[in-house]
Design a protein around this ligand. Structure first.
Ligand code: NAD
Length: 518
């Protein structure tokens, strides 16, 4: 068994780690008697001091030249690369993410750094002609100020980096409330940032759960923040959005999904099986982009299921550190309980369950290819729910676990309707060989991201990531688009004429005779 990291820290404020009194324990969900780390929860006073610290140095950080700010990110990326395996193992131990996926998620941090380092030399404004003589106009990107962000349990390294890497390059200072499920991953990331040279107070962290998160959001009412980022469930995101709206802050809300994957009768079935499997069960279905509704052409449903069900049955489940296991435990007991509640409350009598009801492995259910400690881990077998209809609760409920629906369609408009009608709009996918269908799907789908002949999950650091409708407020992370999240445009005009020139009045527009014609 690995050693416990017992630091007891609750916050990083003004460059110093502080301890708290309320313990925050992170244990390995694959064997819960292994305590990974002991931290503590930040209290209201610490949260307040964290935002005060971020405010006190924001002007000096904004004055630091952007290419120099980006150098911190360059160093941070190098340090993450150097510590990639240790960080990946920590993600794997804290939240049970399969080690290969954990490495991928840490690579995403490195890719994000690589992308944004050069953005530090590209925070371009424009020089724009004026409508009057002897006058110049310019635009500048200005930092917003203090950025508070709260992140989810399932991507404890990549998702925070999507926020703080561009936010810091753009000249903002930060207060981060990481997920309570992964304090050690969050601590290591923060330490790497400190070693990369981030000045005191520029980056502050408050550990804890919902109560620490709501203390941070109270700061919005007090004018402590200029921008809020929230990645998590739709339900909490809506509440945070309300507070931000009242205070005229545009938050970046990255929320839940019920992602559709449409399989047309002309698709390559082998490929579709592989894509559906990864979409549904990677990270035990606990990705925001995990498959929610598999929407299969009625014509090929039987042929598809004849390949798909054996493919699911063949996967290995168990210890996430073992590379051959397809998925590991649920993130913690809380997520196992919520998965069990979904099985108990969302299944209806008209649903068919080709793999049985599923549930906790070693308790309600068993799995032939299981390689782990089922009595000590929060493992669940897959649940496939067939015969789901549009008005079933399960059709429009994010289940965040190894459970997904199968629906059928007769004509393609029906498939698109089912893909959109629940109101989520994060990720989507289609398997087809017909360019007309693919074109129609990508034009009419309401999701922020679409895969063609590929799984619903997966992101690249230079593409916009985000959702619409119940999946978010249209904000995007990753790529150049995120710079607009972390800067505000400033228009400047400079009149050198030596007199007051009034726009629209003293411009001397060209006189033309527009009645002229041949
Ligand atoms: P969650 O909403 O339970 O918690 C998210 C974060 O908010 C945590 O840090 C939590 O401590 C904090 N929090 C909880 N209650 C709060 C409150 N009242 N005020 C302020 N903060 C509060 O979500 P989770 O279980 O950590 O993550 C799973 C959810 O996140 C799923 O819905 C998933 O789809 C979504 N998610 C979305 C994206 C995306 O980019 N769209 C990425 C990852 C996860």
């Amino acid at each position: 068994m690995m050693k416990t990291v017992d630091l007891g820290f609750s916050a990083l404020i003004d460059g110093k780690w502080e301890k708290g009194t309320q313990e925050l324990i992170s244990s390995n969900p694959g064997r819960y008697d292994e305590i990974v780390a002991v931290f503590s929860e930040a209290n209201a006073d610490q949260v307040r001091r964290a935002w005060t610290s971020a405010r006190s140095v924001q002007k000096s950080w904004a004055k630091t030249p952007a290419p120099v700010r980006a150098e911190v990110i360059l160093n941070f990326g190098k340090l993450v690369e150097k510590n990639k395996e240790a960080l990946s193992q920590t993600v794997c131990r804290e939240i049970g993410k399969p080690i290969k996926e954990a490495r991928g998620s840490v690579q995403e941090v490195i890719d994000t750094c690589n992308f944004f380092v050069s953005e530090g030399r590209r925070l371009y404004g424009q020089t724009i002609p004026s409508e009057m003589p002897d006058k110049e106009c310019f635009t500048y990107r200005r930092p917003l100020g203090v950025f508070g962000f709260i992140t989810a349990c399932n991507f404890p390294a990549a998702v925070p980096a999507w926020y703080f890497v561009p936010a810091l390059v753009a000249g903002n200072t930060c207060v981060w409330k990481p997920s309570e499920e992964a304090p050690l991953t969050s601590y290591y990331l923060t330490e790497l940032l400190l070693h990369a040279g981030v000045p005191k107070g520029v980056f502050n962290v408050v550990f804890g759960g919902a109560s620490t998160g709501s203390e941070l959001i109270k700061g919005v009412e007090e004018g402590a923040f200029d921008k809020i980022g929230f990645t998590g469930s739709t339900q909490i995101g809506k509440k945070i959005g309300e507070v931000c709206g009242r205070n005229l802050i545009v938050p970046c809300l990255e929320l839940g999904g019920k992602n559709p994957l449409v399989i047309c009768d002309d698709s390559d079935l082998e490929l579709a099986v592989e894509g559906a499997l990864f979409s549904g069960l990677a990270t035990a279905g606990q990705r925001c982009t995990s498959l929610g509704n598999l929407i299969v052409s009625k014509k090929i449903l039987d042929a598809f299921m004849q390949k798909f069900i054996p493919a699911i049955k063949s996967i290995k489940i168990g210890n996430p550190q073992n590379e051959s296991n397809f998925y590991g435990p649920l993130i913690s007991e809380k997520y196992l309980n919520s998965h069990m509640r979904n099985i108990e409350t969302l299944l209806a009598s008209h649903h068919e369950l080709p793999l049985g009801k599923g549930g906790r492995i070693g308790f309600e259910s068993n799995w032939n290819n299981f390689f782990g400690d089922e009595k000590k881990g929060f493992y669940a077998s897959p649940t496939v729910v067939l015969g789901v209809k549009e008005n079933d609760e399960i059709y429009a409920t994010e289940t965040f676990g190894p459970l997904f629906n199968v629906m059928t369609f007769e004509d393609f408009d029906e498939a698109i309707h089912l893909a959109n009608a629940h109101g989520y709009g994060l990720s989507s996918a289609i398997y087809s060989r017909d360019p007309q269908k693919i074109y129609k799907f990508k034009s009419e789908i309401s999701a922020g991201m679409t895969s063609i002949n590929n799984s619903t999950t997966g992101a690249e650091a230079h593409l916009p990531f985000g959702g619409n409708g119940k999946s978010g407020n249209g904000g995007r992370q990753s790529g150049i688009w995120v710079i607009d999240q972390f800067t505000k445009w400033h228009a400047v005009n400079w009149d050198l004429s030596g007199k007051l020139q009034k726009a629209q009045m003293d411009t001397g527009y060209i006189k033309a005779d527009l009645s002229y014609g041949f």
